[in-house]
Design a protein around this ligand. Structure first.
Ligand SMILES: *Cc1c(COP(=O)(O)O)cnc(C)c1O
Length: 378
């Protein structure tokens, strides 16, 4: 069976993890964590980058730092992972879902302004498949209505919007280094932001409500409880695993891009015949081959497609069930406007195996199985 995902492993992870053990620092903010943060600041041109235990936790930090209060409203797409909403629900916010663009599955920025009320505090955008949302338009709306912009860039590490790294454009950016993402540490993530004014509060929040970060920098001689906080620091062992991948980020990216381009070209004849649709990348976006998906006619055909591929040794998967139709979504949120594309497009989408270790033979087998489903041979 060609599985849907394998966690990335580039080779040096083991050595770096051994080095972390030899360093004698297994807790958070050790030498490898510092290397990872410095690497992100440099490569993604961002002033602050904190490694976290997950993207979910980075989103929780962002919602807290954005000062979301009970009763506030946050606008986001319904076609996303639960964590985008959960982080704001934790702060007592009401989630307002709007529809997506069918071409990119990203929030339709033209629908945001109509969903704004006097309670709206933030817009949370999701760069689906590492393809950027229309950030200029979204930032202009946010500025006009004094809203914070949180980027769920879980899938957008090393992807760009008009030259800017995703996750560095809004007020806060959140990355995931989960084993299903392009660069991984098993479980992990990062919170990014440009403005210095958030630094102290972010450090305190991440360090259980203490000013321990200042203490480690020698700015104070003892640390105490100064505010609300939690523990969002990953172990330096995990950071060591991640650092090996960040060092080889180009190699990982090239491999993923080659798989993406292979699928895209190999499936072009089927797309031309109108049998399936392939993903679109807007001119302004440089994506990172986080995902390759195809769209079938409808839910029924997608079910048959996934089942056929499985019978032929290929694990393809569907993706998000729109949040507004889930039981928690009904409780914590509402859909503003009409659901023209969210449900319909989500039901047609199937993701193909996409990971660093996928071989040339395997990707060819995936494509052959797809041709087989349509009763064709290549
Ligand atoms: C993976 C993912 C998350 C969650 O990331 P974790 O690191 O597992 O918490 C959140 N949002 C999106 C869009 C994701 O793809």
């Amino acid at each position: 069976m060609i599985v849907f995902n394998k966690p990335p492993f580039i080779g040096k992870e083991t050595e770096y993890m051994q080095q972390a053990i030899a360093n004698g620092v297994l807790c958070g903010d050790g030498p490898f964590t510092k290397k990872c943060s410095a690497w992100m600041r440099e490569h993604f041109c961002v002033n602050h980058a904190f490694l976290t235990t997950s993207c979910t936790h980075a989103l929780e930090m962002a919602a807290y730092l954005a000062d979301i209060q009970p009763g506030d409203e946050v606008i986001m797409p319904s076609y996303t992972f639960v964590s985008t909403a959960d982080a704001f629900v934790l702060r007592g916010a009401k989630i307002v879902f709007v529809d997506i663009h069918p071409e990119t599955m990203n929030i339709d920025e033209r629908l945001i302004e109509d969903a704004i009320t006097e309670r709206t505090k933030a817009i949370a955008v999701v760069h689906y498949a590492g393809v950027a949302c229309a950030m200029d338009e979204i930032l202009a709306i946010a500025k006009k209505h004094h809203l914070k912009v949180v980027e769920d860039a879980a899938q957008g590490v090393n992807a760009y919007y008009k030259g800017k790294a995703l996750g560095t454009i809004g007020d806060f950016g959140c990355y995931s280094f989960h084993e299903t993402k392009n660069y991984s540490m098993g479980e992990g993530g990062a919170l990014l932001f440009q403005e210095d004014k958030y630094q102290e509060k972010a450090e305190i929040l991440r360090e259980k409500g203490t000013d321990r970060s200042k203490f480690f920098r020698g700015q104070i001689d003892k640390y105490t409880w100064v505010d609300y906080g939690s523990s969002y620091l990953p172990s330096d062992l995990n950071a060591a695993y991640l650092y090996a991948q960040l060092e080889e980020f180009e190699k990982i990216n090239e491999k993923r891009m080659s798989i993406y381009n292979y699928y895209h070209e190999a499936l072009a004849p089927l797309a031309e015949e109108g049998l399936l649709e392939r993903p679109c990348v807007p001119e302004y976006a440089v994506h990172n081959a986080h995902m390759y998906y195809v769209k079938l006619k409808d839910l029924k055909e997608r079910g048959a497609f996934i089942a056929y591929l499985r019978e032929h040794g290929v694990q393809a998967t569907f993706h998000y069930i729109p949040l507004h139709s889930a039981s928690a979504g009904l409780r914590f949120g509402r859909f503003h406007g009409e659901d023209v594309y969210t449900t319909k497009e989500s039901e047609r989408l199937a993701r193909l195996p996409m990971y660093y270790a996928l071989t040339d033979e395997e990707r060819a087998q995936v494509v052959n199985a797809i041709y087989g489903f349509f009763g064709k041979t290549r």
